[in-house]
Design a protein. Structure first.
Length: 236
């Protein structure tokens, strides 16, 4: 399991060029590390991420795209959310696969209220997760969404007391104990579900299932079940 923390807690972990570059580098490192089966993204401060630095509506084109890098990680990515999850910080959370929030977390897309538009895929990923009606409510009204409401909407999968947020990493540890190839294939199948016609999606699911049967991890999964022991997956 790989832990990635957004730096610069003093300014609310704003996504400046250095933080964006660090995210890109961290994602490359996680992808290259066979022992890192799950990536956990969090913050050392009270806020997960307040978005872009003050005064910026869009990052300069020369900046690395840390949000896209996180979305491109083929391994499961779990976000640990607390405090402000705002603007491009919300986009970063939406780019993760699972979101676990502390009771202090407040999710917000304030751009339209300020005469701008959300960026980094907020309108697209948010709509896919909560549906167009709720996405429009968040985007058009720009009102903060409390953690408990985010849970009711399906925007986060779990809400815990702030002191227990890191303990919720048990979810990530549980994922890390699963077969890494199966995790990668499952993430691919679900991620493409809304982009493919139903028949094509089912065909992809079947193709990935067949491919999984040829892997050493699948054979290990069967052997460990029959031998009643924990599996020893190697990701191949």
């Amino acid at each position: 399991m790989a832990w990635v923390e957004l730096g610069r807690a003093a300014n609310g972990t704003a996504l400046d060029d250095e933080v964006m570059a660090g995210l890109v580098e961290a994602c490359v490192a996680v992808m290259d590390d066979d022992d890192a089966r799950v990536m956990v993204l969090g913050s050392p401060g009270h806020d997960f991420c307040v978005g872009l630095p003050r005064g910026l509506v869009r990052p300069p084109e020369a900046w690395p795209d840390g949000v896209r890098a996180v979305a491109g990680v083929t391994k499961p990515v779990v976000a640990m959310l607390s405090g402000a999850v705002r603007g491009w910080g919300l986009a970063l959370a939406l780019a993760c696969d699972l979101r676990i929030a502390s009771t202090s977390a407040v999710l917000e897309a304030p751009e339209v209220r300020r005469g701008a538009l959300p960026g980094a895929g907020v309108t697209q990923r948010l709509t896919r997760i909560v549906g167009p009606s709720r996405a429009l409510a968040m985007v058009l009204l720009g009102e903060p969404l409390a953690a408990r409401d985010a849970l009711a909407w399906g925007l986060v999968s779990q809400v815990v007391a702030g002191a227990r947020l890191r303990m919720a990493a048990a979810v990530a540890r549980g994922l890390a104990s699963h077969g890494p190839v199966a995790l990668r294939f499952a993430k691919e199948a679900v991620g493409r579900a809304l982009d493919l016609p139903l028949d094509d999606g089912i065909r992809l699911e079947q193709d990935l299932y067949v491919l999984l049967q040829t892997t050493a991890d699948r054979r290990e999964g069967i052997a460990s079940f029959l031998e009643r022991r924990p599996p020893r997956y190697e990701g191949r």
